[in-house]
Design a protein around this ligand. Structure first.
Ligand SMILES: Cc1cc2nc3c(=O)[nH]c(=O)nc-3n(C[C@H](O)[C@H](O)[C@H](O)COP(=O)(O)OP(=O)(O)OC[C@H]3O[C@@H](n4cnc5c(N)ncnc54)[C@H](O)[C@@H]3O)c2cc1C
Length: 487
Protein backbone atom coordinates (compact mmCIF):
# COMPACT_ATOMS: atom_id res chain seq x y z
CA UNK A 1 0.00 0.00 0.00
CA UNK A 2 1.52 3.39 -0.92
CA UNK A 3 0.38 4.98 2.36
CA UNK A 4 3.01 4.15 4.90
CA UNK A 5 2.64 2.88 8.46
CA UNK A 6 4.29 4.37 11.50
CA UNK A 7 6.81 1.54 11.47
CA UNK A 8 7.76 2.26 7.87
CA UNK A 9 8.11 5.95 8.69
CA UNK A 10 10.54 5.18 11.52
CA UNK A 11 12.50 2.70 9.40
CA UNK A 12 12.94 5.24 6.64
CA UNK A 13 14.05 8.01 9.03
CA UNK A 14 16.51 5.69 10.76
CA UNK A 15 17.92 4.48 7.46
CA UNK A 16 18.91 7.96 6.30
CA UNK A 17 22.56 8.77 6.45
CA UNK A 18 21.83 12.28 7.57
CA UNK A 19 24.60 14.70 8.53
CA UNK A 20 22.97 16.11 11.61
CA UNK A 21 24.61 18.01 14.44
CA UNK A 22 23.40 18.44 18.00
CA UNK A 23 25.31 20.37 20.67
CA UNK A 24 28.51 20.31 18.66
CA UNK A 25 28.50 16.61 17.80
CA UNK A 26 27.34 14.67 14.83
CA UNK A 27 24.47 12.35 15.75
CA UNK A 28 25.33 8.74 15.06
CA UNK A 29 22.88 5.88 15.24
CA UNK A 30 19.14 5.77 14.73
CA UNK A 31 17.42 9.13 15.14
CA UNK A 32 14.34 7.47 16.60
CA UNK A 33 16.43 6.48 19.65
CA UNK A 34 17.84 9.96 20.24
CA UNK A 35 16.16 11.82 23.15
CA UNK A 36 15.83 15.01 21.11
CA UNK A 37 13.75 13.27 18.44
CA UNK A 38 12.24 10.17 19.98
CA UNK A 39 8.96 11.67 21.20
CA UNK A 40 8.24 13.51 17.97
CA UNK A 41 9.08 10.49 15.83
CA UNK A 42 6.67 8.36 17.87
CA UNK A 43 3.98 11.01 17.44
CA UNK A 44 4.52 11.19 13.68
CA UNK A 45 4.47 7.40 13.51
CA UNK A 46 1.16 7.40 15.34
CA UNK A 47 -0.24 9.84 12.76
CA UNK A 48 0.82 7.58 9.90
CA UNK A 49 -0.71 4.60 11.71
CA UNK A 50 -3.96 6.50 12.02
CA UNK A 51 -3.96 7.05 8.26
CA UNK A 52 -3.64 3.27 7.78
CA UNK A 53 -6.28 2.40 10.37
CA UNK A 54 -9.26 0.69 8.72
CA UNK A 55 -11.74 2.96 10.48
CA UNK A 56 -10.08 6.08 9.04
CA UNK A 57 -9.16 4.85 5.56
CA UNK A 58 -12.24 6.26 3.82
CA UNK A 59 -11.65 9.71 5.37
CA UNK A 60 -7.88 9.85 5.02
CA UNK A 61 -7.09 8.20 1.71
CA UNK A 62 -8.25 7.96 -1.90
CA UNK A 63 -7.36 5.67 -4.79
CA UNK A 64 -4.26 6.73 -6.64
CA UNK A 65 -5.11 8.00 -10.13
CA UNK A 66 -2.06 6.04 -11.35
CA UNK A 67 -2.36 2.69 -9.60
CA UNK A 68 -5.72 2.60 -7.81
CA UNK A 69 -3.94 1.88 -4.54
CA UNK A 70 -4.75 4.01 -1.52
CA UNK A 71 -2.79 7.25 -1.17
CA UNK A 72 -3.05 10.09 1.34
CA UNK A 73 -6.03 12.37 0.84
CA UNK A 74 -3.84 15.36 1.66
CA UNK A 75 -2.35 14.91 -1.81
CA UNK A 76 -5.76 15.25 -3.47
CA UNK A 77 -5.97 18.37 -5.64
CA UNK A 78 -9.55 19.56 -5.12
CA UNK A 79 -11.71 19.65 -8.25
CA UNK A 80 -15.10 20.20 -6.63
CA UNK A 81 -16.86 21.06 -3.38
CA UNK A 82 -16.92 17.43 -2.31
CA UNK A 83 -13.11 17.22 -2.63
CA UNK A 84 -12.73 20.36 -0.57
CA UNK A 85 -15.00 18.99 2.12
CA UNK A 86 -13.10 15.68 2.15
CA UNK A 87 -9.87 17.59 2.52
CA UNK A 88 -11.25 19.54 5.47
CA UNK A 89 -12.43 16.38 7.26
CA UNK A 90 -9.05 14.72 6.67
CA UNK A 91 -7.20 17.79 8.02
CA UNK A 92 -9.45 17.87 11.08
CA UNK A 93 -8.59 14.25 11.80
CA UNK A 94 -4.86 14.91 11.70
CA UNK A 95 -5.17 18.10 13.77
CA UNK A 96 -7.43 16.52 16.40
CA UNK A 97 -4.89 13.76 16.85
CA UNK A 98 -2.09 16.24 17.70
CA UNK A 99 -4.39 18.98 19.10
CA UNK A 100 -2.93 21.51 16.70
CA UNK A 101 0.57 21.40 18.22
CA UNK A 102 2.37 20.07 15.16
CA UNK A 103 3.12 22.67 12.53
CA UNK A 104 4.41 19.89 10.31
CA UNK A 105 1.88 17.10 10.53
CA UNK A 106 2.07 15.23 7.21
CA UNK A 107 -0.94 17.01 5.69
CA UNK A 108 0.91 20.35 5.84
CA UNK A 109 3.67 19.61 3.36
CA UNK A 110 1.50 17.22 1.33
CA UNK A 111 -0.80 20.18 0.78
CA UNK A 112 2.20 22.33 -0.19
CA UNK A 113 3.42 19.98 -2.91
CA UNK A 114 -0.16 19.40 -4.08
CA UNK A 115 -0.67 23.15 -4.44
CA UNK A 116 2.54 23.65 -6.45
CA UNK A 117 1.65 20.70 -8.65
CA UNK A 118 -1.67 22.30 -9.65
CA UNK A 119 0.25 25.10 -11.39
CA UNK A 120 2.94 22.94 -13.02
CA UNK A 121 1.58 24.01 -16.44
CA UNK A 122 3.03 27.50 -16.07
CA UNK A 123 6.51 26.01 -16.13
CA UNK A 124 5.94 24.66 -19.65
CA UNK A 125 6.87 28.00 -21.21
CA UNK A 126 9.94 28.28 -18.96
CA UNK A 127 11.19 24.74 -19.54
CA UNK A 128 8.88 21.75 -20.21
CA UNK A 129 11.37 19.55 -18.36
CA UNK A 130 10.78 21.53 -15.15
CA UNK A 131 7.02 21.20 -15.52
CA UNK A 132 7.46 17.48 -15.95
CA UNK A 133 9.81 17.34 -12.94
CA UNK A 134 7.25 18.97 -10.69
CA UNK A 135 4.44 16.67 -11.84
CA UNK A 136 6.61 13.59 -11.40
CA UNK A 137 7.86 14.68 -8.03
CA UNK A 138 4.35 15.31 -6.76
CA UNK A 139 3.34 11.82 -7.95
CA UNK A 140 6.46 10.35 -6.35
CA UNK A 141 5.60 11.93 -2.98
CA UNK A 142 1.99 10.79 -3.25
CA UNK A 143 2.81 7.21 -4.28
CA UNK A 144 5.49 6.78 -1.59
CA UNK A 145 3.91 8.89 1.14
CA UNK A 146 7.12 10.88 1.43
CA UNK A 147 7.55 12.99 4.57
CA UNK A 148 8.66 16.46 3.51
CA UNK A 149 9.97 19.56 5.20
CA UNK A 150 10.67 22.90 3.60
CA UNK A 151 13.33 25.58 3.68
CA UNK A 152 12.39 28.98 2.28
CA UNK A 153 13.95 31.57 4.58
CA UNK A 154 17.65 32.44 4.64
CA UNK A 155 19.70 33.79 7.57
CA UNK A 156 20.15 37.54 7.95
CA UNK A 157 23.72 37.49 6.62
CA UNK A 158 22.61 35.67 3.47
CA UNK A 159 19.73 38.07 2.88
CA UNK A 160 22.02 41.06 3.38
CA UNK A 161 24.69 39.66 1.12
CA UNK A 162 22.08 38.86 -1.54
CA UNK A 163 21.05 42.50 -1.55
CA UNK A 164 24.48 44.11 -1.42
CA UNK A 165 27.12 41.86 -2.92
CA UNK A 166 27.75 40.93 -6.49
CA UNK A 167 27.07 37.37 -7.59
CA UNK A 168 30.55 36.00 -7.06
CA UNK A 169 30.87 37.31 -3.51
CA UNK A 170 27.31 36.77 -2.37
CA UNK A 171 26.74 34.14 0.34
CA UNK A 172 23.01 34.06 -0.46
CA UNK A 173 21.85 30.61 -1.54
CA UNK A 174 22.69 30.23 -5.22
CA UNK A 175 23.56 27.87 -8.00
CA UNK A 176 27.34 27.78 -8.20
CA UNK A 177 27.66 25.36 -11.09
CA UNK A 178 25.55 23.56 -13.67
CA UNK A 179 26.94 20.32 -15.01
CA UNK A 180 25.76 17.18 -16.78
CA UNK A 181 24.40 15.73 -13.55
CA UNK A 182 22.49 18.70 -12.22
CA UNK A 183 22.94 22.03 -10.50
CA UNK A 184 25.30 22.59 -7.59
CA UNK A 185 23.88 24.68 -4.73
CA UNK A 186 25.61 26.52 -1.89
CA UNK A 187 23.89 28.49 0.83
CA UNK A 188 22.10 28.27 4.14
CA UNK A 189 18.48 28.15 5.25
CA UNK A 190 17.53 29.56 8.60
CA UNK A 191 14.85 27.18 9.53
CA UNK A 192 13.60 23.81 8.50
CA UNK A 193 11.17 22.65 11.15
CA UNK A 194 11.36 18.88 11.40
CA UNK A 195 14.13 19.06 8.80
CA UNK A 196 15.79 15.98 10.29
CA UNK A 197 12.68 13.91 10.92
CA UNK A 198 11.58 14.10 7.30
CA UNK A 199 12.79 12.19 4.29
CA UNK A 200 13.07 15.02 1.81
CA UNK A 201 13.19 18.77 1.70
CA UNK A 202 11.51 21.27 -0.60
CA UNK A 203 13.79 24.26 -1.10
CA UNK A 204 12.20 27.37 -2.54
CA UNK A 205 13.91 30.61 -1.44
CA UNK A 206 12.96 34.16 -2.28
CA UNK A 207 15.44 35.09 -5.04
CA UNK A 208 17.84 37.81 -4.00
CA UNK A 209 18.14 40.86 -6.24
CA UNK A 210 21.87 40.33 -6.71
CA UNK A 211 23.24 41.84 -9.90
CA UNK A 212 23.11 39.14 -12.53
CA UNK A 213 23.16 38.87 -16.26
CA UNK A 214 20.49 36.78 -17.96
CA UNK A 215 20.15 34.03 -15.44
CA UNK A 216 19.59 34.78 -11.75
CA UNK A 217 21.53 32.10 -9.85
CA UNK A 218 19.52 32.71 -6.69
CA UNK A 219 16.23 31.94 -8.39
CA UNK A 220 15.48 28.24 -8.09
CA UNK A 221 13.28 25.64 -6.49
CA UNK A 222 14.01 21.97 -6.01
CA UNK A 223 13.46 18.99 -3.70
CA UNK A 224 16.12 16.57 -2.49
CA UNK A 225 16.55 13.68 -0.04
CA UNK A 226 17.94 14.81 3.30
CA UNK A 227 21.17 12.88 3.09
CA UNK A 228 22.87 14.20 -0.04
CA UNK A 229 26.62 14.87 0.26
CA UNK A 230 27.25 18.48 1.29
CA UNK A 231 24.04 18.86 3.32
CA UNK A 232 24.30 19.53 7.05
CA UNK A 233 21.58 20.06 9.64
CA UNK A 234 22.46 22.02 12.77
CA UNK A 235 19.90 21.68 15.57
CA UNK A 236 18.86 24.20 18.16
CA UNK A 237 18.71 23.02 21.77
CA UNK A 238 16.05 20.39 22.23
CA UNK A 239 12.97 20.97 24.37
CA UNK A 240 12.23 17.26 24.19
CA UNK A 241 11.62 15.09 27.22
CA UNK A 242 10.63 11.53 27.97
CA UNK A 243 8.04 11.74 30.77
CA UNK A 244 4.58 12.59 29.47
CA UNK A 245 3.57 13.43 33.06
CA UNK A 246 6.34 16.02 33.48
CA UNK A 247 6.27 17.28 29.90
CA UNK A 248 2.88 16.42 28.43
CA UNK A 249 3.45 18.54 25.31
CA UNK A 250 7.17 18.53 24.58
CA UNK A 251 7.44 14.77 25.19
CA UNK A 252 5.15 14.40 22.17
CA UNK A 253 5.27 17.51 19.99
CA UNK A 254 8.82 18.84 20.09
CA UNK A 255 9.44 19.61 16.41
CA UNK A 256 13.16 20.24 16.14
CA UNK A 257 14.12 23.28 14.03
CA UNK A 258 17.30 23.02 12.02
CA UNK A 259 19.65 25.37 10.25
CA UNK A 260 20.29 23.71 6.91
CA UNK A 261 23.60 24.11 5.10
CA UNK A 262 24.08 23.34 1.44
CA UNK A 263 27.80 23.15 0.72
CA UNK A 264 28.08 22.42 -3.01
CA UNK A 265 25.17 20.02 -3.02
CA UNK A 266 24.41 18.42 -6.38
CA UNK A 267 20.72 18.62 -7.17
CA UNK A 268 19.91 16.18 -9.98
CA UNK A 269 18.31 17.68 -13.10
CA UNK A 270 15.05 15.82 -12.54
CA UNK A 271 14.60 17.48 -9.15
CA UNK A 272 14.76 21.07 -10.43
CA UNK A 273 11.38 22.87 -10.60
CA UNK A 274 12.62 26.16 -11.94
CA UNK A 275 15.88 27.95 -12.35
CA UNK A 276 17.24 31.32 -13.39
CA UNK A 277 14.13 33.40 -13.95
CA UNK A 278 12.95 34.91 -10.65
CA UNK A 279 9.53 35.66 -12.11
CA UNK A 280 8.66 32.01 -11.57
CA UNK A 281 9.15 32.27 -7.79
CA UNK A 282 6.21 34.64 -7.54
CA UNK A 283 4.23 32.99 -10.31
CA UNK A 284 4.44 29.47 -8.88
CA UNK A 285 3.28 30.63 -5.46
CA UNK A 286 0.62 32.94 -6.88
CA UNK A 287 -0.85 30.83 -9.67
CA UNK A 288 -0.88 27.65 -7.56
CA UNK A 289 -2.77 29.57 -4.84
CA UNK A 290 -0.14 28.15 -2.55
CA UNK A 291 -0.92 30.33 0.47
CA UNK A 292 -4.65 29.75 0.12
CA UNK A 293 -4.43 25.96 0.04
CA UNK A 294 -1.95 26.09 2.92
CA UNK A 295 -4.16 28.45 4.92
CA UNK A 296 -7.08 26.02 4.56
CA UNK A 297 -4.97 23.46 6.40
CA UNK A 298 -3.59 26.03 8.83
CA UNK A 299 -7.00 27.46 9.76
CA UNK A 300 -8.19 23.95 10.51
CA UNK A 301 -5.24 23.53 12.84
CA UNK A 302 -5.95 26.93 14.43
CA UNK A 303 -9.50 25.85 15.28
CA UNK A 304 -8.36 22.63 16.90
CA UNK A 305 -5.57 24.29 18.85
CA UNK A 306 -7.84 27.10 20.05
CA UNK A 307 -10.35 24.51 21.27
CA UNK A 308 -7.55 22.83 23.22
CA UNK A 309 -6.56 26.15 24.80
CA UNK A 310 -10.16 26.86 25.74
CA UNK A 311 -10.47 23.44 27.40
CA UNK A 312 -7.26 24.09 29.27
CA UNK A 313 -8.32 27.54 30.45
CA UNK A 314 -11.67 26.25 31.69
CA UNK A 315 -10.07 23.29 33.48
CA UNK A 316 -7.61 25.65 35.15
CA UNK A 317 -10.45 27.95 36.17
CA UNK A 318 -12.25 24.99 37.75
CA UNK A 319 -9.11 24.07 39.66
CA UNK A 320 -8.71 27.66 40.84
CA UNK A 321 -12.41 27.73 41.69
CA UNK A 322 -13.00 30.86 39.60
CA UNK A 323 -14.94 29.37 36.70
CA UNK A 324 -17.84 31.77 36.95
CA UNK A 325 -15.95 34.91 37.95
CA UNK A 326 -16.68 37.81 35.54
CA UNK A 327 -13.10 37.96 34.20
CA UNK A 328 -13.17 34.25 33.42
CA UNK A 329 -16.48 34.51 31.64
CA UNK A 330 -15.07 37.40 29.60
CA UNK A 331 -11.95 35.39 28.70
CA UNK A 332 -13.81 32.20 27.89
CA UNK A 333 -16.31 34.11 25.75
CA UNK A 334 -13.44 35.77 23.93
CA UNK A 335 -11.85 32.43 23.07
CA UNK A 336 -15.22 31.06 21.96
CA UNK A 337 -15.44 34.12 19.70
CA UNK A 338 -12.00 33.26 18.27
CA UNK A 339 -13.13 29.69 17.56
CA UNK A 340 -16.35 30.83 15.94
CA UNK A 341 -14.45 33.42 13.90
CA UNK A 342 -12.03 30.83 12.51
CA UNK A 343 -14.85 28.41 11.76
CA UNK A 344 -16.78 31.15 9.98
CA UNK A 345 -13.71 32.17 7.98
CA UNK A 346 -13.08 28.59 6.91
CA UNK A 347 -16.71 28.12 5.96
CA UNK A 348 -16.69 31.39 4.00
CA UNK A 349 -13.58 30.24 2.17
CA UNK A 350 -15.20 26.94 1.24
CA UNK A 351 -18.49 28.48 0.19
CA UNK A 352 -16.71 31.16 -1.82
CA UNK A 353 -14.41 28.65 -3.54
CA UNK A 354 -13.84 29.19 -7.26
CA UNK A 355 -12.21 27.17 -9.99
CA UNK A 356 -8.81 28.39 -11.09
CA UNK A 357 -7.66 28.46 -14.70
CA UNK A 358 -6.40 24.88 -14.39
CA UNK A 359 -9.77 23.54 -13.23
CA UNK A 360 -8.94 23.12 -9.54
CA UNK A 361 -11.29 24.40 -6.86
CA UNK A 362 -9.56 26.98 -4.69
CA UNK A 363 -11.08 28.20 -1.41
CA UNK A 364 -11.72 31.95 -1.26
CA UNK A 365 -8.44 33.58 -0.32
CA UNK A 366 -9.38 36.60 1.83
CA UNK A 367 -11.15 34.73 4.67
CA UNK A 368 -8.21 32.35 5.03
CA UNK A 369 -5.61 35.12 4.91
CA UNK A 370 -7.72 36.95 7.51
CA UNK A 371 -7.32 33.96 9.79
CA UNK A 372 -3.55 33.94 9.21
CA UNK A 373 -3.45 37.61 10.25
CA UNK A 374 -5.66 37.15 13.30
CA UNK A 375 -4.22 34.01 14.86
CA UNK A 376 -0.69 35.32 15.48
CA UNK A 377 -2.34 38.12 17.51
CA UNK A 378 -4.89 35.94 19.30
CA UNK A 379 -2.50 33.16 20.23
CA UNK A 380 -0.24 35.15 22.60
CA UNK A 381 -3.39 36.67 24.12
CA UNK A 382 -4.75 33.21 24.94
CA UNK A 383 -1.39 32.12 26.34
CA UNK A 384 -1.37 35.21 28.54
CA UNK A 385 -4.81 34.27 29.91
CA UNK A 386 -3.36 30.90 30.91
CA UNK A 387 -0.26 32.49 32.46
CA UNK A 388 -2.34 34.90 34.54
CA UNK A 389 -4.84 32.31 35.67
CA UNK A 390 -2.12 29.76 36.45
CA UNK A 391 -0.10 32.30 38.48
CA UNK A 392 2.37 30.63 40.89
CA UNK A 393 0.78 27.28 40.06
CA UNK A 394 2.60 27.43 36.74
CA UNK A 395 5.92 27.45 38.55
CA UNK A 396 5.61 25.21 41.59
CA UNK A 397 5.05 21.99 39.71
CA UNK A 398 6.96 19.07 41.24
CA UNK A 399 7.87 16.24 38.94
CA UNK A 400 6.66 12.68 38.74
CA UNK A 401 9.80 11.62 40.66
CA UNK A 402 8.95 13.99 43.51
CA UNK A 403 5.58 12.31 43.92
CA UNK A 404 7.35 8.97 44.07
CA UNK A 405 9.88 10.14 46.67
CA UNK A 406 9.86 10.22 50.48
CA UNK A 407 8.51 13.77 50.35
CA UNK A 408 5.61 12.72 48.12
CA UNK A 409 3.14 12.68 51.03
CA UNK A 410 3.76 16.40 51.61
CA UNK A 411 2.86 17.08 48.01
CA UNK A 412 -0.25 14.93 48.30
CA UNK A 413 -1.28 16.90 51.36
CA UNK A 414 -0.43 20.48 50.40
CA UNK A 415 -0.82 20.60 46.64
CA UNK A 416 -4.27 19.07 46.35
CA UNK A 417 -7.18 21.02 44.96
CA UNK A 418 -10.74 21.49 46.19
CA UNK A 419 -11.77 18.10 44.93
CA UNK A 420 -8.70 16.94 43.01
CA UNK A 421 -5.73 14.89 44.15
CA UNK A 422 -2.39 16.70 44.10
CA UNK A 423 -0.99 14.39 41.42
CA UNK A 424 -3.87 15.18 39.05
CA UNK A 425 -3.88 18.87 39.81
CA UNK A 426 -0.16 19.16 39.15
CA UNK A 427 -0.58 17.25 35.89
CA UNK A 428 -2.95 20.00 34.73
CA UNK A 429 -0.64 22.77 35.91
CA UNK A 430 2.32 21.11 34.21
CA UNK A 431 0.35 21.22 30.97
CA UNK A 432 -0.39 24.90 31.52
CA UNK A 433 3.29 25.54 32.34
CA UNK A 434 4.46 23.81 29.17
CA UNK A 435 2.20 26.02 27.13
CA UNK A 436 2.63 29.24 29.07
CA UNK A 437 6.04 29.35 30.68
CA UNK A 438 8.40 26.74 29.26
CA UNK A 439 10.92 26.88 26.40
CA UNK A 440 8.57 24.67 24.44
CA UNK A 441 5.70 27.13 25.02
CA UNK A 442 7.88 30.09 24.02
CA UNK A 443 8.82 28.38 20.80
CA UNK A 444 5.15 27.61 20.09
CA UNK A 445 4.29 31.29 20.47
CA UNK A 446 7.15 32.34 18.21
CA UNK A 447 6.13 29.70 15.70
CA UNK A 448 2.53 30.91 15.59
CA UNK A 449 3.73 34.48 15.14
CA UNK A 450 6.14 33.84 12.28
CA UNK A 451 5.78 30.55 10.50
CA UNK A 452 3.56 31.94 7.72
CA UNK A 453 5.83 34.99 7.28
CA UNK A 454 6.44 38.14 9.29
CA UNK A 455 3.44 40.39 9.96
CA UNK A 456 4.34 42.71 7.07
CA UNK A 457 4.62 39.91 4.55
CA UNK A 458 1.30 38.48 5.67
CA UNK A 459 -0.35 41.91 5.47
CA UNK A 460 0.97 42.51 1.93
CA UNK A 461 -0.30 39.06 0.95
CA UNK A 462 -3.78 40.10 2.04
CA UNK A 463 -3.49 43.57 0.51
CA UNK A 464 -2.36 42.23 -2.85
CA UNK A 465 -4.94 39.47 -3.08
CA UNK A 466 -7.91 41.63 -2.10
CA UNK A 467 -9.89 42.50 -5.21
CA UNK A 468 -12.25 45.23 -4.03
CA UNK A 469 -9.83 48.12 -3.40
CA UNK A 470 -10.93 50.08 -6.49
CA UNK A 471 -14.59 49.31 -6.10
CA UNK A 472 -14.59 50.62 -2.55
CA UNK A 473 -12.67 53.76 -3.50
CA UNK A 474 -15.28 54.32 -6.17
CA UNK A 475 -18.01 53.89 -3.55
CA UNK A 476 -16.54 56.81 -1.61
CA UNK A 477 -16.16 58.91 -4.75
CA UNK A 478 -19.78 58.28 -5.65
CA UNK A 479 -20.91 59.02 -2.11
CA UNK A 480 -19.08 62.35 -2.05
CA UNK A 481 -20.24 63.22 -5.56
CA UNK A 482 -23.84 62.61 -4.47
CA UNK A 483 -23.38 64.90 -1.44
CA UNK A 484 -21.83 67.57 -3.60
CA UNK A 485 -24.57 67.46 -6.22
CA UNK A 486 -27.21 67.60 -3.45
CA UNK A 487 -25.74 70.81 -1.93
C1 LIG B 1 9.55 28.35 15.20
C2 LIG B 1 9.72 28.70 13.73
C3 LIG B 1 9.71 27.69 12.79
C4 LIG B 1 9.90 27.99 11.43
N1 LIG B 1 9.92 26.98 10.52
C5 LIG B 1 10.22 27.25 9.23
C6 LIG B 1 10.33 26.19 8.26
O1 LIG B 1 10.12 25.03 8.55
N2 LIG B 1 10.69 26.52 7.00
C7 LIG B 1 10.92 27.81 6.63
O2 LIG B 1 11.22 28.05 5.46
N3 LIG B 1 10.80 28.83 7.52
C8 LIG B 1 10.47 28.58 8.81
N4 LIG B 1 10.38 29.60 9.71
C9 LIG B 1 10.78 30.92 9.26
C10 LIG B 1 9.65 31.87 9.09
O3 LIG B 1 9.05 31.64 7.86
C11 LIG B 1 10.26 33.23 9.22
O4 LIG B 1 10.57 33.43 10.58
C12 LIG B 1 9.37 34.35 8.77
O5 LIG B 1 9.14 34.26 7.40
C13 LIG B 1 10.00 35.70 9.07
O6 LIG B 1 11.29 35.77 8.49
P1 LIG B 1 12.56 36.11 9.37
O7 LIG B 1 12.54 35.25 10.59
O8 LIG B 1 13.74 36.06 8.51
O9 LIG B 1 12.28 37.59 9.92
P2 LIG B 1 12.28 38.93 9.06
O10 LIG B 1 11.35 38.82 7.92
O11 LIG B 1 13.67 39.32 8.78
O12 LIG B 1 11.65 39.94 10.10
C14 LIG B 1 12.34 40.32 11.31
C15 LIG B 1 11.54 41.41 12.00
O13 LIG B 1 11.50 42.59 11.20
C16 LIG B 1 10.16 42.98 10.98
N5 LIG B 1 10.02 43.55 9.64
C17 LIG B 1 10.26 42.91 8.48
N6 LIG B 1 9.99 43.73 7.44
C18 LIG B 1 9.60 44.92 7.97
C19 LIG B 1 9.19 46.16 7.43
N7 LIG B 1 9.14 46.36 6.11
N8 LIG B 1 8.84 47.15 8.27
C20 LIG B 1 8.90 46.97 9.62
N9 LIG B 1 9.29 45.81 10.20
C21 LIG B 1 9.62 44.81 9.39
C22 LIG B 1 9.36 41.69 11.11
O14 LIG B 1 7.99 41.93 11.40
C23 LIG B 1 10.07 41.01 12.23
O15 LIG B 1 9.60 41.49 13.44
C24 LIG B 1 10.12 29.34 11.05
C25 LIG B 1 10.11 30.35 12.00
C26 LIG B 1 9.90 30.05 13.33
C27 LIG B 1 9.90 31.18 14.33
Amino acid sequence: MPIKSGKEYIERIDKQNINIWYKGERIEGPLSQHPAFQGLIETQADLYDMQCDACYLDRMTYPSPDTGELVGLSFLPPRNAEDLQKRRIMMELWANRHHGFLGRSPDYMNTAIMALFTAADILEEHNPQYADNLRRYYAYCREHDITLSHAFIQPYASKLSGQNDDVEDSIAAKVVEINDNGMVISGAFMMATQGATCEEMLVFPTPSPTIFNNVNPSAFAFAVPNDLPGMAFICRESYGASSTYDHPLSARYEEMDTLVIFDRVLVPHDRIFYYGDEAYAGRLFGESHFHTHMAHQITTRYIVKTEFLLGLLESLADEQNVGLEPQMVLNVSKIITFIETFKALRLASEQGALHDKFGYLVPATSPLLASSILFPKFYPEMVEMIQILGSSGLIMIPSELDFDSDTGHYLDQYLKGTTSEAYDRIALFRLAWELGASSFGGRQTQFERFFFGNAHTVAYRMYNSYEDHEQLRQLINDFIAKNNSAS
